[in-house]
Design a protein around this ligand. Structure first.
Ligand code: FES
Length: 106
């Protein structure tokens, strides 16, 4: 896979402490940013089950727990791992550029 070229700055490093999730928007795309012990990840911020923002949920054992019905997704892969969530969520490339957190969206 080639390196994406459409990086967008969405937050500063200090806004996303370890163990936390933060919701941002790039155009109409809602994205959840995660810091798992210093490693950054990004997924769709909208639950695949009904409408809830995953950034209102909480991070537990590498998973994001949906605030509405407690469905869970693997943060690294976007895989739905706990019902009622069944459909996986999209993940996005994420990187640090100096102090800035950047994601690449289609
Ligand atoms: S809206 Fe997320 S589990 Fe139902």
């Amino acid at each position: 896979m080639s390196e994406p070229s459409n990086w967008v700055t969405v937050a500063r490093r200090a806004e996303l402490p370890a163990g936390q999730v933060k919701g941002v928007k790039v155009g109409k795309q809602e994205i959840a940013l995660y810091n798992l012990a210093g490693e950054l990840y990004a997924t769709d911020n909208v639950c695949s089950h009904a409408y809830a923002q995953l950034s209102d949920g909480f991070v537990e054992r590498g998973q994001i727990v949906c605030p509405l019905h407690a469905g869970c997704f693997d943060i690294k892969t976007g895989k739905a791992v706990e019902p009622p969530a069944e459909d996986d969520i999209k993940t996005f490339p994420i990187r640090l550029n100096g102090d800035e957190i950047q994601v690449a969206v289609d």
